[in-house]
Design a protein around this ligand. Structure first.
Ligand SMILES: CCCCCCCCCCCCC[C@@H](O)CC(=O)SCCNC(=O)CCNC(=O)[C@H](O)C(C)(C)COP(=O)(O)OP(=O)(O)OC[C@H]1O[C@@H](n2cnc3c(N)ncnc32)[C@H](O)[C@@H]1OP(=O)(O)O
Length: 226
């Protein structure tokens, strides 16, 4: 195999990658780079803690029943913290689209707080494990990718994982989310939770059951990974 010194091509492309990365950091500014590095390290660590807790739970109990309850605090904290990602786009320190990030983060927050947290009987559904595993592997890969990129030391495997894992993880995650919402439907219909019925003094009505059906339908344009 020809070395970069021999053919001159790899060396040139590495040098241009290096120049590009340095230029990007300079454009970003010291404070923004420091904050993003801290944020990405914290998020990688948070999702790693979650992964370890899930593996330990399963090894000790041999079942997924009770898993959500045991990890919910960590999940809620780190997934809610991800709202900062929308802020990062809004203030322009990351070049991702506000809309794409907003949809991604709000759908996750919705799953965490308005579905799994609020509807206790569905917490032991297998579908919850599907999206938990999918989100966890995705986020460990994604945040470590951003961290190593900012530090200019991106291992090949992390780069490969960032651009390939989603081929499996995205459909698994979406299936887990949709099946969990589907499992919630009977409880929502029976309890009438989060619904506002007429007559009332504001003359407005809202049916959470139909809202969930619309939410499920709104996944259709997003079946292609975002
Ligand atoms: C209230 C009711 C809500 C109802 C919702 C309606 C339903 C809608 C359906 C939604 C479906 C979502 C389902 C989803 O939850 C399922 C899953 O997630 S399953 C798990 C698998 N998922 C994935 O693989 C997606 C993972 N997510 C992402 O990749 C990102 O979150 C995304 C927002 C999609 C952005 O990705 P994109 O590839 O567009 O951007 P990049 O990552 O390449 O970033 C672009 C550039 O910005 C730099 N960047 C971004 N973030 C950071 C950061 N934190 N630190 C440093 N730099 C960052 C990045 O390096 C890129 O820079 P450059 O281009 O210069 O290299």
């Amino acid at each position: 195999m020809a070395s970069s010194e021999e053919d001159g091509t790899n060396g040139a492309s590495e040098a241009s990658d290096e120049k590009e990365a340095t230029g990007k950091r300079r454009r970003l500014g010291f404070l923004a780079t420091a904050w993003l590095t801290f944020y990405n390290i914290a998020m990688t660590a948070g999702w790693l803690v979650l992964a370890i807790a899930m593996v330990r739970f399963y090894m000790e109990k041999g079942t997924h029943r009770g898993l959500y309850k045991s990890i919910q605090k960590t999940l809620k904290f780190f997934q809610t913290f991800a709202l900062l990602e929308v802020v990062h786009c809004l203030i322009g320190i990351v070049p991702t689209s506000v809309l794409v990030t907003g949809v991604q983060v709000s759908s996750r927050i919705f799953m965490v707080w308005l579905i799994t947290h609020s509807i206790k009987p569905i917490q032991n559904e297998e579908s919850v494990v599907l999206f938990l595993v999918s989100w966890t592997v995705t986020e460990i890969t994604r945040y470590s990718f951003y961290t190593f990129s900012l530090l200019d030391h991106l291992p090949h495997f992390i780069k490969w994982a960032r651009y390939n894992f989603f081929i499996i993880l995205y459909p698994v995650g979406v299936a887990g989310e949709l099946l969990t919402i589907y499992a919630a439907l009977p409880y929502v219909k029976k309890s009438g939770m989060f619904s506002v019925r007429l007559p009332n003094k504001y003359n407005v009505s809202f049916d959470y059951y139909y809202f969930l059906l619309i939410t499920m339908a709104s996944y259709i344009p997003r079946l292609k990974p975002i």
